[in-house]
Ligand binder design. Structure first.
Ligand SMILES: [Zn+2]
Length: 356
């Protein structure tokens, strides 16, 4: 099975998800905030011959448009559109398949997603392709009925363009760009921290007739990186959901497409186990943030004077070559690429791009 390199949408995306699940690997979903992180994600994917998911949180999208834009809500929309256009233009030239996705949107961010779907409709009319491959709604703080009915409404809008919707059932702990809950295992209801298979079945029954969807399920995962011992991952929770759908509907293997949030800092064997239960996408943000920033810090440490003076006050040495932002931004990009190489290995996607 091969696909054209570039942004994949619709049937091509569905085939890519199936290839991951049947091939026993998952795609890294990389949170990006500007052209430096987008280009580094593309570079890392090309270098490792892997397909990749590029995703934007509402905050990342706003940053892409610029923090100085007076209307922040507009910036969240236009930043996401601008970022997607950048990826549409460049992705095919990197020779791999790229999925465009938006991250967590709670109730107050539903209008953000609706506006992005408007832009996808316009793009679809012009090109036959949606602007985004998929979006996420995270209404996991609401009742299962409210969560699913809103997800169904959104998927009904997206399905004619064969866009996919990621939903969240159960609560992923930790900090997530203004969405989510504080992480504290002792104070989160256990039934919320570990997704209930009956909830997943309810979602499957409601959404399957409407369109393509995936489920971010909680199995003790958290956003962010915490000291060892704080996170108790139980991937077998995911198997429980697959098994319930299989036994209820007599489906084939892995009927659900599952998403692993809060993958940063997870033990490698738990990642492998989660993939074996149908995880095709793992989000990575915290670790790549640090991977970008650390080499920048090292660079500043190595060239301290260049960040204080344009010309050395004692001997007149010009520092232009050192403080040129391309120098230290590139150091950040290289750190980002290196961390993603590790993720592609962990997820088993390296060397397996479907692009030809
Ligand atoms: Zn998340």
């Amino acid at each position: 099975m091969t696909l054209k390199p570039g942004v994949v949408t619709g049937d091509d995306y569905f085939e890519l998800v199936d290839a991951c699940k049947s091939g026993g690997y998952a795609l890294a979903a990389v949170n990006c905030v500007g052209t430096n992180s987008v280009n580094a994600a593309l570079e890392a994917a090309a270098k490792n011959n892997t397909d990749v998911i590029i995703q934007f949180s509402n905050g990342g999208a706003q940053f892409f448009a610029g923090q100085g834009m007076p209307d922040g809500d507009m910036a969240k929309v236009l930043g996401a559109v601008s970022a997607a256009q950048h990826v549409h233009l460049l992705a095919e030239h990197y020779g791999v398949c790229v999925v465009l996705h938006t991250d967590h949107a709670n109730r107050k961010l539903v209008p953000w997603v609706d506006k992005l779907v408007d832009f996808s409709e316009a793009h679809f009319k012009k090109t036959g392709k949606a602007l985004y491959t998929s979006h996420m709604l995270d209404l996991s703080e609401e009742s299962i009925e409210d969560n699913l009915s809103e997800c169904a409404r959104m998927l009904e809008r997206m399905a004619p363009m064969k866009m996919s919707l990621e939903i969240e059932l159960g609560v992923t702990g930790g900090e997530e760009d203004g969405v989510g809950t504080d992480f504290d295992h002792d104070h989160v209801d256990n039934s919320k921290l570990y997704t209930q298979p009956t909830d997943v079945l309810q979602a499957y029954d409601l959404l399957t007739p409407i369109g393509h969807f995936s489920v971010a399920a909680s199995f003790g995962n958290v956003h962010g990186v915490y000291k060892p011992g704080n996170v108790k991952l139980r991937p077998e929770i995911l198997k429980g959901s697959q098994d319930l759908v299989i036994s209820t509907h007599k489906t084939g293997d892995k009927p659900l497409s599952l998403v692993f949030h809060g993958g940063s800092g997870s033990e490698k064997d738990k990642i492998t186990e989660a993939i074996s239960y149908g995880v095709f996408k793992m989000n990575i943000d915290t670790d790549t943030q640090f991977a970008f920033s650390k080499p920048v810090g090292d660079y500043v440490d190595t060239h301290p004077k260049a960040f204080k003076y344009q010309i050395d006050p004692e001997d007149g040495t010009p520092y232009k070559k050192q403080y040129d932002p391309r120098k230290w931004l590139r150091a950040g990009e290289e750190g980002f690429v290196t961390r993603l190489e590790e993720a592609f290995q962990d997820l088993g996607s390296a060397g397996r791009s479907l692009a030809k």
